[in-house]
Design a protein around this ligand. Structure first.
Ligand SMILES: Cc1cc2nc3c(=O)[nH]c(=O)nc-3n(C[C@H](O)[C@H](O)[C@H](O)COP(=O)(O)O)c2cc1C
Length: 201
């Protein structure tokens, strides 16, 4: 667990943060969810437009319902045989997983405008800020994709309406939130040859 580690260095926090795919039932506090959403709201955003909307689902049952919708249209035939995590298998590794949010008790949904060129980039900038904030708070998280697909069904459209999401907005990604069940994953070694600094060419 990162909780209580008293991490002060941002780079150390970045190195320790991992995607968590096994959660206990323990719910996070609403105060911590507010902080995590605030971190997302302060993310860099294209043109300074502040267009993204972040909805926090602080309800385990509803989170599970949306997590199941997240995988309901998942097409395994397009996977390219990558192994994501041996310690905590992802939906790509383990076909028996039915909840795309892995049993996390909370999730945040990041929405951006459908017709905006940088909508997806904006959303994932929010998500990155949010997972780092979560790690700082000792909260486990995972960025999850398939935002639009999740709500592209009758139940999904009903949920969006109930949430009051404008018609020109689409869900881009999710940030699952909760507490890690078992050992927090170890920092992942980096592939070499990916950092280049040039002073002249
Ligand atoms: C754009 C993007 C989409 C992702 N989508 C998923 C997803 O749908 N499901 C999932 O379990 N993890 C997803 N992840 C998490 C990655 O699998 C994870 O970040 C990667 O394996 C590296 O592991 P780490 O986060 O523990 O360092 C996504 C990450 C990014 C950046």
């Amino acid at each position: 667990m990162l909780e209580g580690d008293n991490i002060v260095e941002l780079l150390e926090l970045m190195k320790k943060r991992r995607s968590v795919r096994k959660y206990t039932d323990r719910q996070i506090s609403k105060k911590n969810m507010e902080k995590i959403i605030e971190a997302g709201i302060y993310a860099p955003n294209a043109g300074g437009g502040q267009r993204s909307i972040i909805v926090g689902i602080h309800n385990a049952e509803l989170t599970e319902k949306i997590g199941i919708l997240n995988l309901s249209g998942f097409d395994r035939s397009k996977l390219i045989g990558n192994f994501v995590s041996k310690e905590q298998p992802s939906v790509i590794d383990e076909p028996s997983i039915k909840n795309g949010f892995y049993g996390a008790p909370s999730v945040c949904i990041v929405f951006t405008q459908k017709n905006f060129l940088y909508g997806i980039a904006d959303a994932f900038c929010c998500a990155e800020n949010m997972v780092l904030m979560a790690a700082e708070l000792g909260i486990a998280s995972c960025i999850v994709a398939r935002g639009e697909e999740t709500f592209d069904n009758e139940e999904g459209r009903r949920l969006l309406k109930e949430m009051g999401i404008p018609d020109n907005y689409a869900a881009r990604c999710f940030v699952t939130l909760g507490y890690c069940d078992g050992d927090y994953p170890m920092p992942k070694p980096r592939k070499t040859g990916r950092n280049i600094i040039l002073e002249e060419l």
